[in-house]
Design a protein around this ligand. Structure first.
Ligand code: X2X
Length: 344
């Protein structure tokens, strides 16, 4: 009898404990976290999110479960609102573009300064150095926890009209541009006719011919087969490269144990490294296989000579000078120095 009572007692205690820890875990940790992305898993950007989510799930034994929301669907595709939504907790975490967050974090316009970063070593000199640290400080102050860098990539220009070799060729062309007003200034300076719209709106606009061209990393050209929406001309001018940043909402971050925070951060760093390699594949090799693939689709690929490129640099310099104080004179100068000192 006594034995039975002890067993019963033990069972009750165990149940109570089980319920308590279960309930605590449920209030502290959500069953699922929402990760925002603009592009889905067929793209390097989407891979960044997927690799991160998979690593976190595996390393936390499923304590942290992440669902991907590509197409910025948590905010109806309005990518320039992503940073505010992260701050407000509408979005739990994201792998986001510096361009899309630039309206709220003006220092992130740094990466959109025309012809600032001549090569991948220059991109790395910024993201992996003091400039990257400073920008993480700015993001943290703005109320979102930054963890690691990834890459959307160099944005090359495509269009349906003619090969672009000089600003003259862009004259009057209707070009879809992204959310930062810097891009409208840039294309206006080049004589084009820029229209700002979200990526969700850009695709039908290209298909219907409402716009003549757009600029984005070339993997997007191949994934979407942009030649089928009339984009027959590609020019690689390397004017701007867009890094990605892995972030978590502040309250969500604070709700995790230090051990889980460390896991999520390391997973972001690991995913970022893997994704940067994916984003550069086919573009860093001497024969640039991605350009061959695109040419193989019947597209005219124009690679600017240094002289041709210099004309674009000169034409966009007033935009660079105009935006330097907005981004921050000191920050831009620091970036210029880090690039000049980069290892090649
Ligand atoms: O909208 C774009 O062009 C994209 C997908 O590259 C970004 O989100 C910055």
């Amino acid at each position: 009898m006594k034995f039975r009572r002890t067993l019963l007692g033990l069972a009750l205690v165990a149940t109570a404990l089980g319920v308590t820890t279960g309930a605590m875990a449920q209030t502290a940790y959500k069953p699922e976290y929402k990760m925002s992305l603009v592009l889905g898993p067929p793209t390097p950007w989407g891979q960044a999110g997927k690799i991160w989510a998979d690593l976190v799930k595996e390393r936390t034994q499923g304590r942290i479960n992440i669902k991907l929301y590509p197409g910025v669907s948590l905010i109806q595709g309005d990518q320039t609102r992503e940073f505010s939504a992260l701050r407000q907790g509408v979005i739990d975490m994201a792998v986001g573009s510096t361009i899309n967050w630039s309206p709220q974090v003006k220092q992130l316009n740094l990466f959109s300064m025309p012809f600032l970063m001549p090569d991948y070593a220059a991109v790395d000199a910024l993201t992996q150095g003091d400039v990257g640290k400073e920008l993480f400080g700015v993001i943290e102050k703005a109320g979102v926890v930054p963890l690691a860098w990834g890459e959307n990539g160099y944005r090359e220009i495509t269009n349906s009209k003619r090969p672009i070799k000089s600003p003259e060729d862009l004259k009057g062309m209707k070009i879809r541009v992204v959310g930062s007003p810097l891009f409208a200034d840039l294309f206006t300076a080049l004589g084009a006719n820029p229209t700002q719209m979200s990526w969700a709106d850009a695709q039908p606009a290209l298909a219907s011919g409402a716009v003549d061209g757009q600029e984005n990393p070339l993997f997007l050209f191949t994934v979407l087969k942009m030649q089928n929406v009339g984009q027959k001309f590609v020019t690689t001018w390397g004017y701007v490269a867009d890094p990605l940043i892995f972030v978590v909402n502040k309250e969500i971050w604070a709700s995790w144990t230090p051990a889980d925070q460390a896991i999520v951060k390391q997973a972001a760093i690991d995913a970022g490294k893997q994704e940067i390699a994916i984003a550069r594949k086919g573009l860093v090799e001497a024969d640039k296989p991605v350009l061959k693939d695109i040419a193989g689709m019947g597209v005219t690929v124009t690679q600017l000579s240094p002289e041709e490129r210099a004309v674009f640099v000169k034409a966009t310099r007033p935009v660079y000078d105009k935006w330097k104080p907005t981004v921050g004179n000191e920050l831009v100068t620091k970036a210029e120095k880090a690039i000049a000192a980069r290892k090649q």
